[in-house]
Design a protein around this ligand. Sequence first.
Ligand code: BG6
Length: 480
Amino acid sequence: MDIITSFPEGFMWGASTSAYQCEGAALEDGKKENQQDVINREIHNEYGYADCSVTTDHYHHYKEDVALMAEMGFTSYRFSINWARVLPDGIGSPNPKGVEFYHNLIDELKSHNIEPVVTMWHYDLPMATVERGGWGTRAIIEEFEYFARFICKEYGSKVKYWLTINEQSIVVNYIDRKNKITKEQQYNPKFRYQANHYMNLAHAKAAITIHELVPEGLCGAALDMAPYYPHSCDPKDIMAAKNANAFKNDFYMDAYIKGVYTPSVIKYLERQGLMFEIEEGDMEVIKQGSRCFDFLGINYYQSQCVKAPTPGAARRSKQNNKIGKGGNVTYEIQPDLFEGCLNETIGATDFSMPVDPMGLQYVLEDIHDRYHIPTMICENGFGAYDKLESDGTIRDPYRIEYIREHIKAMKAAIANGAKVIAYNPWSAFDLLSTSNGIAKRYGFIYVDRTDDDVKECKRYKKESFYWYKNVITTNGRNLE
Ligand code: BG6
């Protein structure tokens, strides 16, 4: 293996956020509600976690936040556009103040030589779109294209890197947690796969739009990417791992990158009575979209371990959001395909998330070998309870260690030929977690608020802030 001491010329260093998790100003300056405003209000009422009304108030702190990112030396920043802020009703009249906000943010980034990486959709469908059927109707394809055309026309002269959808596989597998859907849709086992097909069509239309409207625009999508390891060398476990990788990873990559559906997954869905409807012409659109797909965004947090499924076991989603080390994890089951289990060879975070830097190397090399496509790390990070000390410092050596080991893994993959163009870990600054409120923090910048008390959202630099600044300054040479 070649040894590389630093990262390729032009490699971008930055971090990520998503709109509804950090902006706040949920009903300010003409923005209307999106489904995350509603979902998080329900979560707040049930669990007491913060809702979306303020989160970490980036809407009012964006200049300060960008200045801090610049101080760390960022050359990229991945964020999402809050659809209901620019188009409050999903389609139709734009909201001038919302449109202006993203111009201001992008201009601010560019004035600090930070490349904006824009995600079009990070879980936050406008409620008006939801009321028209959301991902449950074909009409969403046209609405998504409308939104994509609008933002590409508006920001296309300033933004080169575009991501259409965040973590489609997570959206499909946790469809009721990421979307405001009806009980009927929730209990219809086919619904998620039909919605996935509409997402593929919406993504393809947006990819085509990016290539049509954005000079030198590059299209990607960010997938949650966990390699599935076999629990043992029993051929049944090896088969289960192969099935899990096809079902959870290849099914999404094949649609984006090759414009086809993975044959073994389609056969499985047919066998299980879960096959979705494909109309005439749909596969041509998906194929055309794949020709406009330039890079794959990778959200990597952990690897997964699976074994042969217990005969007759029902479908179950993984839940690892229980608080406390080792937590009360419920493993995922996909009937007749695979069953999740504990990987005893690796450790976990306080929120029961397995820690496996080599899994990142595995994923990057595997994708490069099989798909020959550039990748961008769009998320990777360590969620923890951080403590603001009385002297204003935050000591987060656990985050430094996690990120350092993952950067080393990325470096090893690059040495083995993977074309990685950027590292944008989660998250630039603290924000609302999707599963554990404000208390679970990921940022390099601490935002002083709790789930119960918004305070003033004052920003503080964590120890990892200074460490990451040094990594960026040395272009990854200084990792010890
Ligand atoms: C990713 C999402 O799956 O994981 C982010 O894209 C999310 O939106 C991140 O915040 C971390 O997960 P959590 O549940 O700890 O916030």
